[in-house]
Design a protein around this ligand. Structure first.
Ligand code: NOJ
Length: 561
């Protein structure tokens, strides 16, 4: 059978007709209410047995994703790269890393995803490139003051009173250490991340033109849009003043007029990109912008981003009031702007939330894998809460971003030994943080077989406990994480898609409750005591078998009777 006939027989293309570009049933833009599944390509599925995920592996799993019920896929950087920051060090923005496949594979993947009604978002990394990029290699060959160096931030060092030369200023790399590295002729270049990721100078017209052309390159190949890396970066105070304070990644930069985050000049660049996207039909871009609530609306102006990640819920304490106020702080401004909210519980930069939710409230998930104690982790509690969080977020208006493996309840591999760690965060943290590899371990597809069905010997080791989370142990199994997500996404499409309204319900201490325009309610008991099951027809519960009571850390979706 031809591919599309087989898929049609399996019912995979039927639902997705709703999502096809030309025949959408919904009048809303897909990204306003869509579920976007993040694929960390290196760790998703390996088709050729080399132990690294690849595009053909992703192609083989598209039916799985269509069946799960997602609307779009965001693929982490897949470009040629020395992979010194998992591919966020891009050597060539117009090609595919040989380990991941070829441009032809990417074209085929985009086409097949579209047949299944799935949109594809490409990761755009504009703040910096790789030191293997031709521009940076040329800059190193060229002399100080040359046009080749002008595309980056090359400058002289500072000279102390005693004559010693040091970095031009006190800016720090997000990954630790100075943000400046000195080259052989004495000049220094700026890298807000790893030294292998030189920052581009966005005041340079060639940089601006190059990225407009890169956008067109992927849009012409059928990409539906972009996730934009470090969207709050790009513009720098060109006087390079010392900073009085150092802002950590994954914390909103709340200082006004910061020398390198969230500067007003960057919005002009965003408008240029938006104009390119608007030359095409129906494309979108989502910003990874770690900015304060006051700043965020600027990124969502009608001629800028379509949406921006909100990481606030990911940071919120497990508490009904904290969740309510956090959700409101995301939802209200987005609504006022006519933008869509976004909900994120996990991604490739943070500890997987099943594990995060299992740690004591006063424990830092960034350092706990190093400091322990290991028995502080309550795995069962974490998984129970992750199920609640899924119902809370998937019932909310806006777009939901899921991270691969989240639908399997996959835990963080916090016990990875230091000698296998690959993340620059681990390398540069001087033993204080293990970094982000624990959430990037290859996906277990089957309980048996090499690398749990991922492919060849996994590039990052998988723990034995992954067998229990394998997709083949969960698909079609009542009460599994996978079934919860699949049911939730189906109900979401039926009841939550065309209504943006969110109404809070006061349901007592420790209980978070809201209803949507369809009348469907989400009630989540985040408190310690059981509460009676609210009235209504039960559509879905976070754990099976709930009828009369909603025990601590459970949730329900109900329809009025
Ligand atoms: C944010 C990405 O999500 C992260 O993985 C990366 O290390 C930095 N940006 C630098 O590109």
């Amino acid at each position: 059978l031809a591919r599309h006939e087989r898929w049609a027989q399996e019912g995979l293309t039927r639902r997705s007709v709703h999502n096809q570009r030309d025949s959408r049933v919904s009048t809303l833009d897909w990204w306003r209410t869509g579920t976007i599944y993040q694929v960390y390509i290196r760790s998703f599925a390996d088709s050729n047995g080399d132990g690294t995920g690849d595009i053909n592996g992703l192609r083989s799993k598209l039916p799985y994703l269509a069946d799960l019920g997602i609307d779009g896929i965001w693929i982490n950087p897949w470009y040629p790269s020395p992979l010194l920051d998992g591919g966020y060090d891009v050597a060539d923005y117009r090609d595919i890393h040989p380990s991941y496949g070829t441009l032809e594979d990417a074209d085929a993947m985009i086409e097949e995803a579209h047949e299944l009604g799935i949109r594809i978002l490409v990761d755009l990394v504009p703040n910096h490139c790789s030191w293997d990029h031709v521009w940076f290699k040329a800059a190193l060959q060229a002399a100080p003051g040359s046009p080749e160096r002008a595309r980056f931030h090359f400058t002289e060092g500072s000279v102390a009173d005693d004559g010693t030369v040091g970095p031009p200023n006190n800016w720090k790399s997000v990954f630790g250490g100075s943000a400046w590295t000195q080259v052989d002729d004495g000049q220094w270049y700026l890298h807000l991340f790893d030294p292998s990721q030189p920052d581009l100078d966005w005041t340079h017209p060639e940089v601006r033109e190059e990225f407009r052309s890169i956008l067109r390159f992927w849009l012409d190949r059928g990409a539906d849009g972009f996730r934009v890396d470090v969207a709050h970066g790009l513009a720098k105070d060109m006087d390079f003043p010392d900073l009085s304070d150092h802002v950590q990644i994954l914390s909103s930069a709340k200082q006004p007029n910061h020398a390198h985050w969230d500067r007003d000049e960057l919005h002009e660049i965003v408008r240029e990109w938006r104009a390119v996207l608007d030359e095409y039909d129906d494309r979108m871009m989502v910003a990874e912008a770690w900015v304060s609530e006051e700043s965020l609306p600027k990124y969502l102006r009608p001629d800028e981003y379509h949406q921006s990640f909100s990481f606030d819920l990911l940071m919120a304490a497990w508490d009904a009031d904290a969740y309510r106020s956090t959700i409101a702080s995301v939802y209200e401004p987005a609504k006022a702007l006519g933008a869509a909210s976004t909900w994120v519980l996990s991604n490739h930069d943070v500890m997987r939330h099943t594990t995060r939710f299992g740690l004591p409230a006063d424990e830092s998930w960034r350092t706990w894998p190093v400091t322990g104690p290991a028995d502080a982790l309550d795995t069962e509690l974490g998984e129970r809460r992750a199920r609640v969080a899924a119902l809370i977020t998937l019932g909310l208006p806006g777009a939901s971003y899921l991270y691969q493996g989240e639908e399997l309840g996959l835990p963080e591999v916090w016990e990875l030994p230091w000698d296998v760690l690959d993340d620059p965060v681990a390398r540069r943290s001087e033993g204080t943080q293990k970094g982000r590899d624990g959430c990037r371990v290859p996906i277990p597809w089957t309980a048996d077989g090499e690398s749990f069905g991922f492919g060849g010997p996994a590039w990052m080791p998988q723990p034995d406990r992954f067998a229990a989370y394998a997709a083949d142990q969960q698909i079609g199994v009542d009460g599994s994480f996978h079934s919860l997500y699949k049911d939730a996404l189906r109900i979401r499409r039926e009841h939550f898609v065309d209504d943006a309204e969110l109404t809070w319900i006061d349901a007592g201490d420790g209980v978070l409750a809201y209803s949507r325009a369809s009348g469907v309610r989400c009630v989540a008991n985040m408190g310690a005591e059981s509460v009676p099951m609210p009235a209504g027809e039960i559509l879905l519960t976070s754990i099976p078998g709930l009828t009369d009571e909603l025990p601590s850390d459970t949730a329900v979706w109900l329809r009025p009777t």
